[in-house]
Design a protein around this ligand. Sequence first.
Ligand code: NAD
Ligand code: GLY
Length: 370
Amino acid sequence: MTESTLLTVALQDRSYPIDIGAGLIEQAGKILAPLIQKPRVYIVTDENVAEHHLAPLQDSLQTSNIDSDYLILPPGESTKSFANLQVVVESMLSAKVERSTTVIALGGGVVGDLAGFAASVTLRGIDFVQIPTTLLAQVDSSVGGKTGINTGQGKNLAGSFYQPKAVLVDTDTLATLPDRERLAGYAEVCKYGLLGDLKLWEWLEKNGEKILSGDDKAITHAIEASCRAKARIVAEDERESGVRALLNLGHTFAHAFEAELGYSGALLHGEAVAFGMLMAFDLSVRLGLCPASDIDRVRTHFETVGLPVNPPELARNFTADVFLKHMAQDKKVADGALTFVLLHGIGQAFLTQNVSPRDVTATLNAALTA
Ligand code: NAD
Ligand code: GLY
């Protein structure tokens, strides 16, 4: 067996391992055999991922005498829909999955969120395992049990908290990931530094380009640091009643732009998170909470690696009000007030409801005219 790093998401009887290493798909059968109830799995994946990684997974499962069926979905954000939830649930039922069957989500955050949600409702809940294949999914979405789909009203507005039984991060899968997707995932790595870990941010300023050019050591370090941070936060606040909300840094802005611009691929989630985080900094600076030099520092790094620092041209066809309306539908609205993740500086994020729509509009206008 090749070397891997084992982390744990500590949630009492629902605790689970995150196994991080190269070549783990080849060993998936052996790793999963002791973790699943019966030697039968149902793999959900998408076309791009299936092309490269489905057959090696099937081979590995077969070697360990685990039976597998599979479903291949079209790729992209628009797959995270009610219609596809139905497709996944009914395909699994047609394949006669039982409560002891385990669903494997093989893919990025789209497959993970959708398959996890389907697992949580099929037969009132069957086990699932995440095998994330994008950088974004390996550092964020595969860990923590948030599952869901987009609705006509916005991003991720239907879903469940449903923890996987295990997360297998095979770093080799990133070799086939398009550069644009790798960069989008890097935004979520930056998020961990920006929200609470200045040392990680400083390391990223020095090593970010190595991660993006495919340096194995740098990638593994970034994934381990991110998963360690996420596992700690989820163990502390599984259902997002407090500290977990910090993981939404930049997301309230990001989700509004994603919802308005559609899920066509014109704007990737990680890209929206990148300029969304800069908007959170802008708002913090505007409110006198954060030094302006910190936003300059973040912008410089994003420009160096090629992350978007402003919303795409397409967004300029809309007024700030349009995005503000989307933000009002965010899951983080309580008693009509939106909770924002703002910053006292790099690595010092905090939650507040004390933000006026006027200041948010100023930030939106600045981004739309930059
Ligand atoms: P994605 O799942 O759409 O994958 C991006 C693209 O890369 C797709 O075209 C996919 O087919 C392709 N791909 C995936 N792995 C590949 C590989 N190894 N080789 C070649 N192609 C590959 O997007 P994503 O960025 O992974 O995930 C974004 C989604 O994750 C969003 O819907 C977002 O809301 C969600 N998300 C969820 C959480 C959570 O906690 N549940 C956290 C962050 C993001
Ligand atoms: N990506 C945000 C969370 O998992 O809470």
